[in-house]
Design a protein around this ligand. Structure first.
Ligand code: GLV
Length: 370
């Protein structure tokens, strides 16, 4: 796979390899897919204000997330059912993340269990949580994640119902019968029935709690001592509520544009959330990150780190663990180069003044210093 020179190239190769049903499931956004395109387009409207003649012979991109030291501010977002992409599925992703010295977030709907992923060896891992109507299921699962050494819970808060992904409806998407939602095996919730709709949408309608509210965040805090990240915040109002709820951090996410269509790109919503969080808790971002320049832009707008989703799934489909490693390495190299070319030697040297956005009024540019 030496011919691959950037993260985006994996998508068309994955499309050739995967069945239509599987490719469409991973690739699709909701309804008109406006937000899906906007997650990328919005990055292209942010430009750099690079600084020159700064000694960039040494660049440090290491950081710490919730107190865990990692090699770079680039982490792996939860994506479901990775064995549909590659037989090694989540095992391969876990190994690639740990080789790269970064964090993997495992989906609740993984096709390998928390224990199986832990068995791949050491690594800093977070667990993404969907709250089922049956709270015993949730309690058991959170305890298992804790015992398996997961370090934080990323609570998905944007999915009281599944967004309408029309290709999944057309394809009658369903988890292939040779696979299981491994965390739920034994609870009789590991399989997905065929339906006239997306099988996943029907599964969510049957099992996931539509009544989830801030009260449940409090409840979750009583059943686990793990830090909780709220994943799916897009507004200042909810950022303030998250701070009040005492969560450990916020992930600005629109669920890869798979839930409510016509929400802004996450990179457009980020700054509002960062301002509302007032530095009291870290804010992360996922959605549309495909380049090292995107990572830099997110950090310049106040993110403490970013997560990548589809690039992992597509590279996994094409080349398994080696593919995911390559994606992480390419983003790392591009990000480091972006830092060098903008005159930043460490993450704390990345500032708001290193970028200009279309919502900056011309006069809001810093006054030139002579
Ligand atoms: C899973 O979280 C999905 O959005 O399909």
């Amino acid at each position: 796979m030496d011919a691959i020179t950037n993260v985006c190239e994996y998508e068309s190769l994955a499309k050739e390899k995967l069945t239509k049903m599987v490719y469409d499931y991973f690739a699709s956004g909701a309804e008109d897919q406006w937000t899906l395109a906007e997650n990328r387009n919005a990055f292209s409207r942010i430009l750099f204000r690079p600084r020159i003649l700064i000694d960039v012979s040494k660049i440090d991109i290491t950081t710490s997330v919730l107190g865990f030291n990692i090699s770079m501010p680039i982490m792996i977002a939860p994506t479901a059912m990775q064995k549909m992409a590659h037989p090694q599925g989540e095992y391969a992703t876990a190994r690639a993340a740990s080789a790269a010295g970064t964090i993997m977030t495992l989906s609740s709907w993984s096709t390998s269990s928390v224990e199986e992923v832990a068995s791949t060896g050491p690594g800093i891992r977070f667990f993404q949580l969907y709250v089922y109507k049956d709270r015993n299921v949730v309690t058991q699962l959170v305890k298992r994640a804790e015992r398996a050494g997961f370090k934080a819970i990323a609570l998905t808060v944007d999915t009281p119902r599944l967004g309408r992904r029309e290709s999944d409806i057309k394809n009658r998407f369903v988890l292939p019968s040779y696979l299981t939602l491994k965390n739920f095996q034994g609870l009789d919730l590991g399989k997905m029935d065929k339906s006239n709709d997306s099988g996943l949408a029907s599964y969510v309608a049957g099992q996931i709690d539509r009544a989830l509210s801030w009260k449940d965040v409090k409840w979750l805090q009583t059943i686990t001592s793990l830090p909780i990240l709220v994943k799916g915040v897009l507004t200042a109002e909810d950022a303030r509520l998250a701070v009040q709820a005492g969560v450990a951090g916020i992930i600005v996410s629109n669920h890869g544009a798979r839930q409510l269509d016509y929400v802004p790109a996450t990179i457009s919503a980020l700054e509002e959330v960062v301002k509302a969080a007032q530095g009291r808790i870290p804010v992360f971002l996922d959605g549309g990150v495909r380049r090292g320049t995107d990572v830099f832009k997110a950090l310049a707008l106040g993110a403490s780190g970013i997560f990548i989703g589809r690039p992992v799934v597509f590279s996994l489909a094409v080349d398994g663990e080696a593919g995911v490693k390559k994606v992480l390495q390419m983003l790392r190299d591009e990000f480091e180069l972006t830092m060098a070319l903008s005159g930043c030697r460490s993450l704390k040297e990345i500032t708001r003044n290193h970028i200009v956005t279309d919502w900056d009024a011309p006069h809001s540019l810093p006054a030139p210093r002579l």
